[in-house]
Design a protein around this ligand. Sequence first.
Ligand code: NAD
Length: 362
Amino acid sequence: MHAHIVLLPGDGIGPEVIAAARQVLDAVAARFGHTWDFATHPIGGAAVNAQGEPLPPATLEACRAADAVLLGAVGGPRWDSLPPQQRPEKGLLALRRGLGTFANLRPVTVWPPLADRSPLKPDRVQGVDFVVVRELTGGIYFGPRHEADDRGEAWDTMRYTVPEVERIARLAADLARQRRGHLVSVDKANVLASSRLWRRVVSRVLAAEYPEVHLEHRLVDAMAMDLLRRPAAFDVVLTANMFGDILTDEAAALTGSLGTLPSASLGAARNRHGHPRGLYEPIHGSAPDIAGQGLANPSAAILSAALLLRHSLGLEAEARAVEQAVLATWQAGCFTADLAARPEDACSTAAFTRRVVAALAR
Ligand code: NAD
């Protein structure tokens, strides 16, 4: 296969982890006989510095023309005092919206070698393997808002429409059908009108179109607790934009480090291969505290590349090979500083990546 992949390294540790993921994709190409052409474009603070805006039109156009997009992270203290429209995070929201990627899939897997790195007891996290499906282009992050005014008032609005909830419910139910057939939909229906609509629509879609999928509804506060009490009980978790943002960071802690969690953002658009043209990114931020020091854990970016192979290129065997190579690297005792038992034993970003590439070549 030949694929056109756009790389958006972004800020902080973004360029380091994207360089690692690129090396791994090159190793996949060599082993399986594929070719990729990569094009790199600025986003976030890097784009503000170079072109005065966080999502230059040429970056969005390049992403629209790609088979898939792999992004590092955006943001950092250098840009925190900019007006809201120019902030790096605005570029990311505009990219998700511009690509129409309304669904964010966040697999949460506690890989066996990481079980004793979790802040929870190993027996509690054993077998944790679920996917959070987060609505990504609606809700409070995109609703009408009012910046703080002279009267000291500011507000945001959580708004959902029936078609927005229907399409994400179908995507999550399709995924549940391919997995263990269990879907938990998370909302705040006891308080929020938008959540009551969400719950009604999810119930209707599942009852009418997916009778074989077992559906449960859970309030977001109870879910926050259950993620710690019985994380192995979940299969597919469906939720709105802001709830998903918060719950997935909590879920990330189960694995011991934010640096291990990949994500895939999918929409209706198809690429030249007939698969969704996805946006793939680690869930962590730009980690300015460790940028440029070789301390970043590249596994979330590398596992995001595996999701890219699976969802946008239909290359399941290649995706699994990448996941197995990361697993083998951990099994061999190579952990970056965020997961190493003692700092002096830690593998650098480059050393970890070399081990993954070597495992793929075997
Ligand atoms: P963060 O995810 O960047 O970092 C949180 C903590 O986790 C830090 O201690 C960091 O060192 C550590 N960490 C994160 N990724 C790591 C990795 N791969 N390897 C090792 N350690 C890792 O979150 P933050 O500190 O709240 O935000 C920093 C900046 O990133 C902010 O400007 C924020 O707006 C931005 N941000 C961007 C995204 C994104 O691009 N998707 C997501 C979240 C935050």
